[in-house]
Design a protein around this ligand. Structure first.
Ligand code: G16
Length: 532
């Protein structure tokens, strides 16, 4: 076909060697063992170029498996506005990734025809970047070959955090209106906003940052240069150990303890990124009980909501609506605090930032965070205009705040600066922030099963539909654990496991509840290995 360049030759380079492995564009794109992903990456290059032609805009592709282990890798496709790939194209991505080599050409031709893609007079431009995984370099080559198959152009940014690529794609497509489309532009915009926002306080700040041995380490070194007059960072897990191993946001959240390499000291703020720096959680040593305390995505959402509510009031803009979007993993007490104490609306959507982002867009200000530390804040263009028209000092602060937020996707670096700026402006300590509400004790577990797709859910994943009888069995168990007990299960979109969440009045109850529900999953869905 004339609109495809050397497809047959390229296909020989990237054959689908393991057609029995179903590749799925899941919670955050493709994710699997890196060595199964070469043909998927090549085909994603084709798909991204087609999406670029259809939208006549630049599309991004990030090569990363985020919080997963080093041997995994993955692909996240980025829309022209910097958000995640639209849902209707997720199915196309899954389709093109799994079609047999013999049918690939026909599959592409059908897609072009059905979507009426103009292959002549449109641009096919793809920006790509990768995290620090070894496999990222060769996967980049496969992606580039896919782009070339569609006569596309590409710009390879090498190593970037996932949110940096999202940011750059948005900037490039908005002709610079959102910012300068470069890594330097990102550092300059965020650091300038942070320094302006905190200029009335003389306090010097410091954070110990666990970079999960990932791409965030090097990027923090570059960012710090712009910020040293106000904030410094002590970086740990900067690539001297194994990626996401015994460290990183996911490890800290799931195990509810600091990374192995960190010894907690009083009066310090600690933060952990994940492997591609799109998630962050905070923690500290509480002097009163001498214990580790975690401040996860829920605590960040609450801090931001409280701050923005106060600032809008002070700027005489209290008619602007704020909504907080969470998932079923949100701690019950965080939702209570948002609704009862802050008197704000909240909503619950399925896991995956794409769902939260979509819901948050429906509000004037949408604050969304997953409990795992993945989230951001969205300001409608109308609200940004209204704030810009106000001349008072508080409205100016709001504008700096907006500039500090990476509105395209959750961003560990941006979110860290947001939190530090708020604590500085409100002049509160980390334990004062922590005491806004007490987390209900909770436990996360995972169970490996023969086929996790036998589990289906509804009601924003809070109820299990299939296998039949499992939900009523869960309900019965939950009822044994007191009025505050809650538990749900869902198949992961990034790992081959079923996740179990439980919360209850005490840690012991939460742990036991999670184990009991885990055993039910094991029984109903053909568990692998031993029970809890
Ligand atoms: C991705 C998604 C998140 C999601 C997480 C876990 O994060 O972007 O929205 O919460 O996976 O998903 P699951 O429970 O389905 O495995 P990341 O940081 O790995 O890209």
């Amino acid at each position: 076909m004339s609109f495809l360049n050397n497809l047959n030759d390229y296909m020989k380079k990237y054959p689908n060697k393991q057609p029995d492995i179903q590749q799925q564009y899941g919670t955050a794109g493709f994710r699997n063992k890196a060595d199964t992903l070469y043909h998927v990456t090549y085909r994603t290059g084709i798909l991204a170029a087609l999406r670029s032609r259809l939208t006549d805009s630049i599309i991004g592709v990030m090569i990363t498996a985020s919080h997963n282990p080093e041997e995994d890798n993955g692909l996240k496709i980025i829309e022209p506005d910097g958000s995640m790939l639209i849902q209707s194209w997720e199915n196309l991505a899954t389709k093109i990734a799994n079609v047999s080599d013999d049918n690939l050409e026909q599959c592409i031709a059908d897609m072009i025809k059905e979507l009426n893609i103009n292959m002549k007079d449109t641009m096919a431009k793809v920006y790509l970047a990768r995290d620090t995984r070894m496999s990222g370099v060769s996967l980049s080559m496969a992606l580039i070959d896919g782009i070339k198959t569609c006569y596309g152009e590409y710009k390879d940014f090498g190593l970037l955090t996932t949110p940096q690529l999202h940011y750059i794609v948005r900037c490039a497509n908005s002709n610079g209106q959102y910012g300068e489309p470069s890594e330097q532009g990102y550092y300059k915009k965020l650091s300038n906003a942070f320094l302006r926002l905190t200029e009335n306080s003389t306090k010097k700040l410091n954070v110990i940052v666990d970079c999960a041995n990932g791409v965030g380490a090097n990027k923090m070194i570059l960012m710090e240069q712009y910020l040293t007059e106000k904030i410094t960072f002590d970086l740990v897990n900067i690539g001297d150990g194994i990626l996401n191993h015994g460290c990183g946001a996911d490890f800290v959240k799931v195990n509810q303890r600091q990374p192995d390499s960190i010894e907690l000291k009083s009066n310090q703020h600690y933060a952990s990124f994940d492997g591609d720096a799109d998630r962050i959680v905070f923690y500290y040593l509480n002097d009163q009980d001498n214990k580790f305390h975690l401040l996860d995505g829920d605590k960040i959402a609450v801090l931001v909501a409280k701050f923005l509510k106060q600032l809008l009031n002070a700027a005489n803009l209290n008619e602007i609506e704020i909504m907080v979007v969470q998932t079923a993993y949100a701690n019950g007490n965080s939702t209570k605090y948002i609704q009862d104490t802050l008197q704000l609306i909240s909503d619950c959507v399925p896991t995956g930032v794409k769902h939260l982002h979509h819901r948050a867009l429906q509000s004037e200000i949408g604050i969304y965070f997953e409990a795992n530390g993945h989230g951001t804040i969205l300001f409608s263009s109308n609200v940004q205009k209204r704030i810009a028209e106000c001349t008072n000092e508080n409205a100016k602060k709001l504008l700096h705040f907006i500039d500090l937020v990476n509105q395209t996707v959750g961003d560990a670096i941006s979110d860290m600066l947001v939190v530090e700026a708020i604590l500085d402006i409100l002049n509160i300590t980390i334990d004062e922030w922590d005491s806004f509400y007490q987390d209900l004790p909770n436990k996360l577990l995972k169970v490996a099963v023969k086929d996790r797709n036998v589990i289906t859910t509804t009601d924003a994943e809070r109820k299990c539909v299939e296998p039949k009888g499992l939900q009523s069995a869960i309900d019965k168990v939950v009822a044994e654990f007191g009025p505050q007990a809650r538990s749900f299960i869902r198949p992961s979109g990034t790992e081959d496991v079923v996740r179990i969440y439980a919360e209850a009045q005490t840690k012991e109850l939460a742990d036991n509840l999670a184990r009991k529900v885990g055993n039910l999953v094991y029984d109903f869905a053909d568990g692998i290995g031993s029970k809890f």
